[in-house]
Write a protein that binds this ligand. Structure first.
Ligand code: ZN
Length: 436
């Protein structure tokens, strides 16, 4: 066991997700495995191919970025990505019922399947100007880094594996997922595991910034829209009718009091009333009052508990408020789930995590085990080894119109991804050249 020393715990922020770096133990066996694998002829050839493909990878990045992929409307980009994976040489490429693109490349044993994923969707609505603009070497466009560059990492990994005629023991599944962002709520990856068209044994997601990130922990969240409704009326003439705003005030007070107490100790858990609305004018009793609430926890049990606190305080506030209503109909309450991302953790001793750390170190970058809210949350919550890696290069302003990405050593992230993927799938050296 070797100990990597980190100067201190460093806080890193990825796309609004807090990730906490940890000191890391890498077992010697994995350091050796990665070193040996990287010196294999086919891997060296694949690495050269990645370098040779740099120009094409850049022009493909621009082309894909300029095909808009708003939430729930990823079809056009999915069709193109499917075409690209087919050309790259996968055995079977298809789009599933949810809209995900899947490309299967068979292994020589085929007893296991290793998935390599990036997400197709962006946070930007239909009609956003997605034309790539250049300032020197910097490329500006909404979605260029998050996660279009991730798609290029996935695609180029397949191209390089094909060019180097690498045969893996396990099957490889190259994936472009829909619905990762926001209200998409991981619907793509969720469908893949629920439908079970392909049984996946390891999941490698590409999302997030520079290389070094080995995200092995999922930050779980639950989100609701709470809607209090009543008859509404004139503020003077109908005075005495139930007022949903007054009730929601009570509800927030009950909830935040109990939730503050609950989160003041134990595994880190948070809550937030993020948006509120309703009402038509200052002199009207509103017929509706709504709020959106986000709760997060590193622990699945505590996430369930704060969820219970939320629901019970909402209902108690409704009952207590309605007790005082003397005129007209009582208020009703609707709790609409608008997001659920499970939490969980893959042990740092797990082979996939170890391989990712050893490979990262092989590229002279210090690996950081992080917690985040990505596609990996789903397999992690199911106990399936899963990590999310950075897409490489330099970038910034994700989720904003002036998002940028620059190809600073971008090829390295692809080589790293390829090395981890082949290590996890097992290189079959007995069948170096095979006609496909
Ligand atoms: Zn992303």
């Amino acid at each position: 066991m070797r100990k990597l020393h980190l100067l201190s715990i460093v806080s890193l922020v990825f796309l609004g997700t807090q990730a906490l770096a940890q000191s890391v133990d890498i077992q010697k066996a994995y350091t050796k495995e990665i070193k040996k694998l990287s010196s294999e002829q086919q891997i060296e050839k694949a690495f050269r191919t990645i370098e040779e493909l740099e120009e094409q990878s850049m022009s493909d990045l621009i082309m894909l970025t300029e095909i808009e992929a708003p939430p729930f409307k990823e079809t056009k980009r999915a069709e193109k990505f499917k075409e690209m994976l087919t050309e790259a040489g996968a055995d079977r490429v298809w789009i599933d019922a949810e809209g995900n693109v899947l490309a299967l490349r068979r292994g020589t044993k085929g007893e296991r399947t290793i998935a390599l994923d990036a997400h197709l969707d962006t946070v930007f609505p239909e009609g956003t100007d997605v034309k790539v603009k250049f300032k020197g070497d910097t490329l500006y466009a909404p979605g260029i880094g998050d996660d279009t560059r991730g798609l290029i990492v996935v695609l180029t990994t397949l191209r390089a594996i094909e060019a180097a005629e690498i045969e893996t023991e396990a099957d490889l599944l190259f994936v472009g997922t829909v619905g990762e962002e926001g209200l998409g709520d991981l619907r793509g990856v969720r469908h893949i595991f629920e439908a079970g068209e392909v049984k996946i044994d390891s999941w490698i997601g590409i999302d997030g910034g520079a290389i070094g990130r080995v995200n092995n922990k999922g930050l779980g969240s639950k989100r609701y829209k709470a809607i209090f409704k009543g008859p509404g009326g004139h503020s003077w003439g109908a005075f005495g009718l139930a007022n949903p705003h007054h009730a929601i005030g009570k509800a927030i007070s009950y909830f935040t009091e109990e939730a503050t107490e609950f989160t003041s100790s134990g595994a880190r858990t948070s809550f937030n009333v993020g948006r509120m609305g309703g009402g038509t004018s200052v002199n009207s009793i509103p017929f509706e009052s709504w709020m959106e609430v986000d709760m997060r926890s590193v622990s699945p049990e505590r996430l369930d508990e704060i969820d219970k606190i939320f629901k019970s305080t909402m209902n108690r506030a409704l009952e207590d408020y309605n007790k005082g209503v003397k005129k007209g109909a009582p208020l009703t309450l609707e709790l609409v789930p608008i997001g659920f991302r499970p939490s969980g953790e893959i042990a740092a001793t797990e082979a996939l995590v170890q391989r990712a750390m050893a490979a990262t170190e092989f590229f002279d970058v210090e690996p950081r085990l992080t917690r985040g809210s990505t596609n990996s949350n789903i397999p992690i919550s199911l106990g399936i080894p899963a990590i999310t890696l950075g897409r490489g290069g330099a970038g910034g302003n994700a989720h904003s119109l002036d998002e940028w990405w620059m190809n600073v050593n971008g090829a390295e992230a692809i080589k790293l991804t390829l090395l981890i993927t082949v290590a996890e799938a097992g290189l079959d050296k007995s069948r170096t050249i095979k006609k496909r």
